[in-house]
Write a protein of this length. Structure first.
Length: 473
């Protein structure tokens, strides 16, 4: 995308915010204001501020960075660590696939790493950490001069929506996302072309392709039963398309019976029909995301999988050279849908947090400042095949087919962006309860009506739990 298209997109998303398609959260009047501890800027060592050290890093203080070793791997921070050590001091890096297990005890003991890549299935509950005053406010980082242009703040270099994804009820920012993910249904364009199929824009078209594929012993749809949150990448944007962004807002706001809206019913019944007609990959309930992705890429056992734009990198070792990995929006239910086919869910992801009680919180923000330079962001995109949150950082790069089509979806969506916040406002009930109801439904354990009742019950419990801070659009 050229620079002019980026300017246009920025204006479009601002209009989308005004229309309510992308919403900035405000905390409920009944919710307590949470602070990041001390002066909200983190604790630990501090040095003198200069033009070359605008945040005031203590160059004698060691920095500890803990990475999540998942779809993006950890190599993308190697250059950032080298740059930091050259200018500021020693960096100690570590990695794990289970962030919460690795670090929760250290957080409670007041001895956390300085910078944590809080991602994966065991990501820590950010709203809970905010309530416990465990996280530093990253506003100093956002207001610091960017590395590329000292006349611009870091905030001014980021894609629209990036800052808002780190906000939980006020102007403070408690997490910094470095990737920009596009969600949808992923498929092999070669497989579709070889069979004379066109990507389905309606659910009837989806069912027709799945029926044809079944005759060839190919599953039309696959999901990861071990981590059923991937189903949300198909269901949530489709709910918004069918009923409008206000349906997702009502779900986010924990409004009574929000999950019983006709749009939710229609989308869940449509997905259940995939199971009922035998179009779902066998043994999906017992498969991890990598199992399903290998069935999809290497074995050609299924056509469509719900996923995010990190999948191109995560599946690179099993993807044939001529696979032509592609992403598209979820189909419309029918012509009466509130939003057009081009509507997508895209948002900043892959979050980093700075514990308020870290020994070198200022150094952690400086590390992030380097990660949010165009050079570092471009290196991230080249290495892991994902867009970065730095505006224009992918320009001039040779992108894979998956990321190329993801960029095309961003351009083609116009003002039609969705940004459901329930998954990150209420991560525990979502990840540990709601998504498993979806998974149970997709294996035939329960029918859509019962699934909807269960999910609404979970939402009601969340709304009534005074220990959970509530947020509203």
């Amino acid at each position: 995308m050229g620079s002019n298209s980026h300017v246009g997109r920025r204006d479009l998303i601002k209009r989308a915010v005004a229309l309510g398609l992308i919403s900035v959260p405000t905390v409920s009047a009944l919710s307590a204001c949470a602070s990041g501890g001390d002066d909200d800027n983190g604790g630990g060592a501090k040095g003198d501020k200069t033009d070359k050290n605008p945040l005031g890093v203590d160059k004698n203080a060691e920095l500890e960075v803990l990475m999540f070793d998942g779809g993006f791997g950890t190599k993308y921070v190697d250059d950032d660590a080298t740059a930091y050590q050259k200018n500021f001091g020693k960096v100690k890096t570590g990695s794990t696939e289970k962030i919460q297990s690795k670090v929760q005890g250290r957080m409670a003991a007041g001895d956390p790493p300085d910078l944590i890549n809080n991602s994966g299935d065991e990501a820590m509950d950010v709203p809970a950490l905010i309530t416990q005053q465990q996280l530093a406010d990253l506003t100093p980082l956002l207001d610091a001069p960017s590395i590329d242009d000292p006349n611009k703040t870091v905030r001014e270099t980021l894609r629209d929506g990036t800052v808002e994804m780190g906000q939980y009820g006020d102007e403070k920012v408690y997490r910094m996302n470095i990737a920009y993910s596009v969600f949808g249904l992923w498929y092999s364009q070669k497989l579709l072309d070889d069979n004379g199929w066109e990507y389905p824009k309606t659910w009837d078209d989806m069912l027709a392709i799945c029926a044809d594929a079944k005759k060839q012993n190919i599953a039309g749809f696959a999901y990861t039963g071990v981590y059923p949150q991937y189903l949300g990448f198909s269901m949530l944007p489709m709910i918004g398309k069918v009923g409008g962004a206000e349906v997702l807002d009502a779900i986010d706001n924990l409004e009574p019976n929000a999950w019983k809206h006709d749009a939710v019913k229609g989308v869940m019944e449509a997905h259940y029909e995939l199971y009922d007609k035998g179009y779902v990959l066998k043994n999906s309930p017992g498969k991890t995301h990598t199992d399903v992705q290998t069935d999809w890429t290497e074995r050609g056992n299924c056509i469509f999988i719900p996923n995010g734009s990190w999948v191109e990198n995560e599946s690179k070792d099993t993807t044939p050279p001529d696979f032509q990995m592609t992403v598209a929006p979820s189909p419309n239910l029918d012509s009466s849908d509130a939003m057009p086919f081009e509507t997508i869910w895209a948002q900043a992801g892959e979050p980093f947090i700075v514990p308020a009680k870290g020994k070198n919180s200022v150094g952690a923000m400086e590390f992030l400042r380097n990660m949010l330079s165009k050079k570092s962001a471009a290196g991230f995109t080249e290495l892991v095949s994902s867009l970065a949150c730095v505006e224009g950082s992918e320009e001039g790069l040779q992108l894979g087919t998956g990321l190329t089509t993801a960029v095309g979806l961003l351009d083609g969506a116009g003002e039609n962006f969705l940004n459901p916040r329930f998954p990150d406002w209420y991560p525990t009930p979502y990840r540990e309860k709601i998504v498993f109801v979806w998974g149970d439904m997709m294996k035939g354990g329960i029918k859509p009506a019962e699934a909807i009742d269960k999910i609404q019950g979970i939402a009601d419990e969340t709304a009534q739990d005074d220990s959970i801070t509530k947020y509203k659009h």
